[in-house]
Design a protein around this ligand. Structure first.
Ligand code: CA
Length: 223
C-alpha cells in the first residue's frame, strides 16, 4: 500500500518515511502543499498523511481540493495546532483522523493501519479465504492455522490480490501499491514475487492465475 506524506519538517518527514517503510508501506514524501495537490491527482495512493502548516498552499486547502475531486482517499492530519477549532475544521473538510504533534510513532502506525483497512473497504484486520487467512496487521499468512512464511514483498502482493479477490489486478497497480516513486522498481520484480507467492500458496486451495497483458487474479483453486 502506498502512502503520500505531505510534511515540510524534514526530520519528521524522514522519521515517518523510515518508520512506515519498515512497516512495509511504500512512501512518497512531498514538502509543500502544491506538490501534494499535484501528486494526489494520480490515484495510486491508499492514504494521505497531511501536515496543516505547509508552504505554498496549506493543508486545509490541499484537503479542500482533494475532496472537491470527490475522492474517498483516507486522510490523516498531523498538526502542531492543538486548538479544537482546527481539529473541527480538518474533520469537517473530510479528514478521517487527526493527530497532534508530538506523537508516538507506534500510535501513528496503529492509526495508519486502521485507516488503510477502512480505505480498503474492510474494517476486519484478518482476511479469510478458504483455508488461507491473512492478518493485515501482523502481515502473517497461514494455511489451516500453520504459518506461511512470506517475505514483506510477497505479503504485500498477497494483500493487494486478496483485497481484490476474484478480480484482475494489473502489474502496474501492484507496482503502484507497493513502491515509491524513487525506488525504480521493475515490473519483472513483480513477476518474481508472484511466482514465489504462487509456489507458496500450493496447498492453500487458492490459486494466482496470470491473465496475459492484463495482470493477476487470486481465486479459489478450480476443482
Ligand atoms: Ca509544517
Amino acid at each position: 500500500m502506498r502512502i503520500l506524506i505531505a510534511e515540510d519538517d524534514t526530520a519528521l518527514c524522514e522519521a515517518l518515511r523510515f518508520s512506515l517503510t519498515q512497516a512495509g508501506y511504500a512512501v512518497d514524501p512531498v514538502d509543500n502543499g502544491l506538490a501534494a495537490d499535484e501528486a494526489l491527482k494520480s490515484d495510486g495512493f491508499g492514504l494521505l498523511i497531511l501536515d496543516l502548516g505547509l508552504p505554498r498552499i496549506d493543508g486545509f486547502e490541499v484537503l479542500r481540493r482533494l475532496r472537491k475531486r470527490n475522492t474517498t482517499l483516507p486522510v490523516l492530519i498531523l498538526s502542531g495546532r492543538e486548538r479544537p477549532e482546527d481539529k473541527v475544521t480538518g474533520l469537517d473538510l473530510g479528514a478521517d483522523d487527526y493527530l497532534v504533534k508530538p506523537f508516538a510513532l507506534n500510535e501513528l502506525q496503529a492509526r495508519v493501519r486502521a485507516l488503510m483497512r477502512r480505505g480498503a473497504g474492510s474494517a476486519a484486520p484478518t482476511l479469510q479465504y478458504g483455508r488461507l487467512s491473512y492478518d493485515s496487521v501482523s502481515r502473517i499468512a497461514s494455511v489451516d492455522g500453520a504459518p506461511l512464511p512470506l517475505s514483506l514483498h510477497e505479503a504485500g502482493v498477497l494483500e493487494v490480490l486478496l483485497r481484490r479477490f476474484g478480480r484482475i489486478v494489473s502489474k502496474e497497480q501492484l507496482v503502484e501499491q507497493l513502491y515509491s516513486y524513487d525506488q525504480g522498481v521493475t515490473l519483472n520484480a513483480i513477476e518474481v514475487y508472484v511466482h514465489r507467492l504462487r509456489k507458496k500458496l500450493a496447498g492453500s486451495a487458492l490459486q494466482v492465475s496470470t491473465h496475459y497483458g492484463r495482470g493477476y487474479l487470486i481465486d479459489h483453486h478450480a476443482p
